[in-house]
Write a protein that binds this ligand. Structure first.
Ligand SMILES: N[C@@H](CCC(=O)N[C@@H](CS)C(=O)NCC(=O)O)C(=O)O
Length: 213
């Protein structure tokens, strides 16, 4: 499988899931600003909507899947023994889907216009407040001492929250959320996320080298 990623973006969540499963994908770097890829394919042909992650499947016609939560769930569902996601048809799964949708819409997508400095002062205040409330709700969940968002088991939701901790780039202050910060530090210690960062840095470095030639 081929995974299109961009530096320090939500594609890190999918990389972490691959690593948790002990699987690997060929990583292709997409430079969001320069619009080039390490495999020299026009990214407009890979995803006409111009965003990562994109997972190209090995099977059949090499279908390309998009949407972070869909790709992460697809991988985790194929390995139910990993515990990364509850089984379809259970209430636990409904709760997980609820959480993943919350992270995608109330956290990840809220950060992007802030990070890109695309907002009016009123928009910044409104969206910052939304993000603060969203993160405070995660902090409250973690207040009972659980290691991860749904309990002691690391899941795709934890990978996604970690990958989208863009508060510094967005100017959103979260240091007061002590449970959340301790949780992120716990995730950062996981070999799967360490490997994701290392692999990402390597493919970005290769891309820069290619462009310098
Ligand atoms: N709906 C997509 C959105 C993914 C997305 O926003 N990707 C960002 C990085 S996190 C991206 O590739 N942005 C490129 C751009 O906006 O030019 C998902 O949830 O996966």
């Amino acid at each position: 499988m081929k995974l299109y990623i961009a530096q320090a973006t939500c594609s890190l969540a999918v990389q972490a899931v691959f690593n948790e499963l002990g699987l690997s994908a060929e990583l292709v770097h997409y430079d969001v600003f320069g619009k080039t890829t390490t495999d020299n394919i026009s990214f407009a042909n890979v995803n006409p909507l111009a965003y990562v992650p994109v997972l190209e499947l090995d099977s059949g016609d090499h279908e390309r899947l998009t949407e972070t939560i869909v790709i992460a769930a697809y991988l985790a569902d194929r390995h139910p023994q990993s515990g990364l996601i509850p089984a379809h048809g259970t209430l636990e799964r409904v709760r997980m889907d609820q959480l993943l949708t919350f992270i995608a819409t109330e956290i990840a997508q809220k950060h992007i216009p802030l990070m890109r400095k695309l907002m009016t002062p009123e928009g910044i205040a409104f969206t910052t407040n939304k993000l603060l409330n969203a993160y405070a709700s995660l902090d409250a969940r973690l207040a009972d001492g659980r290691a991860y968002l749904t309990g002691e088991q690391f899941t795709v939701a934890d990978a996604y929250v970690w990958a989208t901790m863009w508060h510094e780039r967005s100017g959103v202050k979260l240091d007061h959320l002590k449970h959340l910060m301790a949780y992120i530090a716990r995730i950062e210690a996981r070999p799967s996320v360490q490997k994701a960062l290392k692999d990402e840095a390597e493919v970005v470095r290769q891309h820069q080298e290619q462009l310098a030639v």
